[in-house]
Design a binder for this molecule. Sequence first.
Ligand SMILES: [Mn+2]
Length: 314
Amino acid sequence: MNYQKILSKVMNHQVIIIHRHSKPDFDAIGSQVGWKEILVENFPNKAVYVVGDQNRFDVDKDMQEVPDALYENALVFILDVAVKHMVSDERYKLAKDVIVIDHHKNDCDIDEASIVVSDSSYSACAELITDMALELNLKINQRAASFLYAGLVTDTGRFQWMHQPERVFLVASILTGLGAKTTELYDFLYVDTLENKQLKTFFQNRFVYEDGVAYLKNDKDVFEKFNIDVFSVSRGMVNLAAGIEEIKIWLNFTYDAEKDIILGEFRSRGIKIVDIAKKYGGGGHEQACGASLKSWAEVDNVISDYKALLKENK
Ligand SMILES: [Mn+2]
């Protein structure tokens, strides 16, 4: 395994900066902050930083401002992503050395990387990071355990979607044994405000159900109507159409005014759907993926493609 090589690179650098994908989910933040905690715990003399865009998953406001000059001699880790256009803060290009650790199916296109660990048998990047830390006999403190556990829980949909359940539960057992704060996490994730619950009801009722495919189009008017961010609609609402017997594929399309693109989030039960995401320049997991689309006409093409895919699979 490459883990020993990774450890030697850590040993040989004084400054370590950890990146991950933009619009972070809890696996991205959990892996990033968890890995930082592990490095700080085991190598207290090193300067370790975490950078990137912030949202509610940066629960303790860990993200830091790092001057460009710091990159010159730095080792950069890029976690939970292997494609350059999705990395938050492109200054990783200034670094002396780059290591990519990911669990998605995409091929890595980050040319600066000297080591790429890309293993889609891991259900969460946090699972991979934990496995690596254990293999390297690194101490995982309670804060690291809590963040890594958060990544594990969210990327598996609370232990529903797992590539290797035995390993997932083993890692979960180890992390809870190390004091991961589970109740705090579940309250953060699953206790909702009344306003939010009502908002979800609104979105749920707007899904269109056709030929085994559910889809929802969220255009500008949604953001005029509600005080809600793009991510909360795009990622936050897609699974409102999950768990319906007749629906095997569910899609959520959300207009991102800042970038003037439409974010597509695609999910399925029992059908591999990532190839269509890739066809439109996106990617992700076999049954949970996405793509950025240029127009509502293109959105309709995606919907037609998924309907056709479902027919083929019947
Ligand atoms: Mn992940």
